[in-house]
Design a protein around this ligand. Structure first.
Ligand SMILES: Cc1cc2nc3c(=O)[nH]c(=O)nc-3n(C[C@H](O)[C@H](O)[C@H](O)COP(=O)(O)OP(=O)(O)OC[C@H]3O[C@@H](n4cnc5c(N)ncnc54)[C@H](O)[C@@H]3O)c2cc1C
Length: 182
């Protein structure tokens, strides 16, 4: 579901030998290096989510201006105006959060907590905003003639990749109160 443009496959390494010269970092540091890469990846996914939500908002606004019911553009109806306002608010809040994480990263400061928050918030916002976009387009929104049904599917998978929602919360909570005691 979603991410049709990104070929996804399982890689299996069986008995592979890698020379020392090809090792990233020191011996035993692999897991930490992999986790570091995830922090940056989360930032990328958060940015994708905001772009996706913006596209859904643009489609909804365009449709609301064009589509007429009862002799008026549906953009005249308060129910729809408020829906669009909430969508736009989520997009801007998500954008501000991922840009803050990016600024921390660019400044060489710790950004893992903020990147996890951005991934959590922006992908949630993308699912909500793309769902609302389908609603704003009514029946058209459910057809493949308009892009918003695809946006919704793309948003859903962003909540899974680079660490699920639950894992982002685990990461954020560890930054707040330390690791869980066993
Ligand atoms: C389109 C796509 C592309 C992908 N690309 C890549 C890639 O390029 N590289 C790569 O390495 N992986 C990739 N993945 C894998 C992706 O990172 C995993 O699917 C994701 O991390 C979830 O792991 P899982 O599927 O094993 O789910 P599981 O770990 O089995 O999780 C199932 C459910 O249990 C919850 N859960 C699991 N552990 C905990 C916990 N400790 N606390 C609370 N809840 C928990 C999860 O949040 C989820 O809701 C991709 C996945 C998809 C769908």
């Amino acid at each position: 579901m979603g991410m049709g443009g990104s070929p996804t496959a399982q890689l299996r390494f069986d008995g592979v030998r890698v020379p020392d010269a090809r090792r990233l970092g020191g011996e035993g540091q692999g897991f930490a290096i992999a986790l570091d890469a995830l922090d940056s990846g989360r930032l990328g996914i958060a940015a994708c989510a905001v772009g996706l939500a913006q596209a859904a908002l643009d489609a909804a606004v365009g449709h609301a201006r064009e589509r007429r019911r009862s002799g008026r553009p549906i953009a005249d109806f308060q129910g729809l105006r408020f829906l669009l306002a909430d969508m736009a608010t989520r997009v801007e809040a998500g954008r501000a959060l991922y840009l803050e994480a990016a600024r921390l990263r660019d400044g060489g400061r710790p950004f893992g907590r903020c990147a996890a928050m951005a991934k959590l918030f922006c992908t949630d916002a993308a699912v909500r905003v793309t769902t609302d976009a389908v609603q704003a387009l009514g029946g058209y929104g459910c057809t493949a003639d308009f892009p918003v049904e695809r946006f919704l599917r793309e948003a859903e998978v962003l909540q899974i990749v680079e660490g699920t929602h639950q894992i982002q919360r685990v990461v954020i909570a560890r930054h707040l109160v330390g690791p869980e005691s066993r």
